[in-house]
Design a protein around this ligand. Structure first.
Ligand SMILES: C=C(O[C@@H]1C=C(C(=O)O)C=C[C@H]1O)C(=O)O
Length: 276
């Protein structure tokens, strides 16, 4: 019997391109089919087993860690500013009373809530469609966007203040922040470890390929978001794709603080896929 092609959800923002460019260009073989969408949509696809793997919000792992395994040595992270996870506000941060949070995001929404808890701030949170730009910013006290929308709003310059969430995290803890992880369903990894191993190797090779083709990638990304090639290169240099010991420390701290501030019931243990 022919095995069905395994499917993975992949975040559709430009910061993913350096990771999957080699695979998309068919320079790196990969037996998986990718579906591109928002982080929160991928999380639902993965939970309902409509895909077997995904590049998802690091927060998603907390929602079903018993069903998931993390692929080692790979993430979407930044050390200091990230430029595409931004709070746009018209009131200084600790005084914000009402904040709109992008429904496309899971990690950044919860990071935002956590940062407000750490400030001792009381705030009401409302959902906003993360792929829609607000037609008018005047009635809004604060809105958090991620990905291409955040980069777009930054260009519009419509708010009095812009806070970069990774920079706020770095100022407090001097650690990188891990926004997204590659996660596989445990049941799938148990039955088809060779396919998970192939996905893992393809992604690692593709990241190396992406590093070699940074300029071409930056040019393509620039066209998509209306940046110059230099601006796009500068933005992409804020993102790193590693998951080393500092990233793991940061991830554990994020989950621990989410538990302490009762945003999640329990910080999960990190379980990684292990190639045979
Ligand atoms: C840095 C980013 O991280 C993204 C932020 C996510 C979230 O907030 O849930 C999920 C995936 C990441 O790709 C970004 O795309 O701007």
């Amino acid at each position: 019997m022919v095995k069905p092609v395994p499917e993975a959800g992949v975040v559709s923002y430009i910061n993913t391109i350096p990771m999957i460019y080699g695979i998309e260009q068919k320079q790196i073989p990969c037996p998986w089919k990718f579906h591109y969408t928002t982080p929160s949509a991928i999380s639902n696809l993965l939970l309902s087993a409509q895909v077997q793997a995904g590049l998802v919000s690091s927060f998603s792992y907390t929602t079903a860690s018993d069903d998931f395994l993390i692929l080692p040595d790979i993430s979407i992270a930044s050390q200091g500013t990230v430029q595409s996870v931004l709070l746009f506000h018209n009131t200084p941060l600790p005084r914000i009373q009402q904040m709109h949070l992008s429904t496309s995001s899971l990690t950044s929404c919860n990071l935002m809530k956590l940062l407000m808890c750490l400030e001792g701030a009381q705030c009401q949170y409302l959902d906003i469609d993360g792929e829609e730009l607000l037609p008018d910013n005047r009635a809004v006290e604060a809105v958090m966007y991620i990905g291409d929308r955040a980069l777009q709003e930054l260009r519009l310059g419509r708010f009095s203040y812009v806070s970069d969430l990774a920079a706020l995290w770095y100022d407090k803890f001097h650690l990188p922040f891990v926004f997204a992880l590659w996660i596989v369903r445990r049941d799938f990894a148990r039955n088809s470890p060779e396919l998970v191993q192939e996905l893992q190797s393809s992604l690692h090779l593709s990241i190396s390929y992406g590093q070699l083709h940074r300029e071409t990638i930056a040019r393509q990304c620039a066209q998509r978001i209306g940046y110059s090639q230099e601006e796009s290169l500068q933005y992409l240099s804020c993102i790193n794709y590693r998951l080393d010991s500092e990233h793991i420390k940061a991830l554990k701290l994020f989950y621990y603080l989410l538990e302490i501030y009762q945003i999640i019931p329990r910080a999960p243990q990190l379980d990684f896929f292990q190639a045979e």
